[in-house]
Each structure stands twice: as structure tokens, then as C-alpha cells.
Design a protein around this ligand. Structure first.
Ligand SMILES: Nc1nc(SCCc2ccccc2)c2[nH]cnc2n1
Length: 159
């Protein structure tokens, strides 16, 4: 099996009471889908620093109380050599109002009414784990961006 190139990304969930802040991706990878805020980890920054940076860049929200690691996901795509190693965080506390950026149009959604049909097809499987305070590890192999060919998902007690 040809070797894959592992690249690191973050995703950060911002929750306030019964609402979750998502962004509609206006361009680039994942364009047209609602997603949490995230992106590539740059050289020289920690996963947590990358998570906090991406949230601020994409939504204007300032994370003040740090982030908590809640999940690890690996995404591979049929016929492509990249493996996306995505570290999922939840913001402990934050300040500021979300603003629309070139990348993302932010919107608060009630937890009971997340737009899963307009999100990545794996998300409905692991968002509930985060929302009940759990942690998870998963791997999803895609055909394109909308079909999952194979998957693994398990809840874990700690990272
Ligand atoms: N929720 C979710 N997110 C991603 S990519 C997240 C990481 C990323 C990468 C590049 C730009 C911004 C954000 C997914 N891929 C496959 N399923 C998926 N689910």
C-alpha cells in the first residue's frame, strides 16, 4: 500500500449553553459545508495554539480559557496520498461576538438542530459524543467529500 503523507489540523467546538457556533465555509477545503473552526497546524505552533489561532482568524472569537482535547480523527480519501490528522478541541471559555470573515459565515445553532445534512457526513456520528462530554477516536475513508467507504469510531476515556 503506497505510503500516506500525514498532515495535522485542528477543529474547535464553541458552545454556549444549548447552542453551538458553526461557520459556513465560503471557500477552500470543505467549501459549502457548515463546520467548526479549524485548519492547518503551522510549523512551530502547538496543537492548542493552532486551534486558538484558527478560531480567532475564522470567527473573530477570542478563546480565553484554553481548549480541551475531545477527539482525534483521521481522514483519508480514495486515490489521494494525504492523511488528515485532525485534533478536535472544545473551547473552555471565550469572549467576543462572531463576525463573518472571508473564510466563514458564523451562526449559532441549537444543539438539537444542527445542520448535519449540510455538514461532513461523519459529523453526526461524533458531535453527540462531544456534546455529552465524552471523548472519541475515529477514522473515516472517503470517496470524494460526501461518501464514506469505511469507518472506525470509538469512545475513549482519556487522551
Ligand atoms: N468536521 C469535519 N471536518 C473535516 S476537515 C477539518 C479540518 C480542516 C481542514 C482544512 C480546512 C479547515 C478545516 C472533515 N473531513 C472529513 N470529515 C470532516 N469533518
Amino acid at each position: 500500500m503506497a505510503s500516506l503523507i500525514r498532515k495535522f489540523y485542528t477543529l474547535t467546538l464553541i458552545r454556549s449553553g444549548n447552542k453551538v457556533l458553526l461557520g459556513f465555509k465560503k471557500r477552500g477545503f470543505g467549501q459549502g459545508k457548515w463546520n467548526a473552526f479549524g485548519g492547518k497546524v503551522e510549523k512551530g505552533e502547538s496543537l492548542e495554539e493552532a486551534a486558538i489561532r484558527e478560531v480567532h482568524e475564522e470567527s473573530g472569537i477570542e478563546i480565553v480559557g484554553g481548549v480541551e482535547k475531545v477527539g482525534e480523527l483521521e481522514f483519508t480519501f480514495e486515490g489521494e496520498s494525504n492523511l488528515m490528522d485532525v485534533h478536535v478541541f472544545a473551547a473552555k471559555s471565550f469572549k467576543g461576538e462572531p463576525v463573518e470573515t472571508e473564510e466563514m459565515r458564523p451562526q449559532w445553532f441549537p444543539i438539537e438542530d444542527l445542520p448535519y445534512s449540510q455538514m461532513w457526513p461523519d459529523d453526526y456520528l461524533w458531535y453527540p459524543i462531544i456534546l455529552k462530554g465524552g471523548k472519541f477516536r475515529g477514522a473515516f475513508h472517503f470517496q470524494g467529500h460526501d461518501i464514506i467507504l469505511s469507518q472506525k469510531l470509538e469512545e475513549v476515556n482519556e487522551f
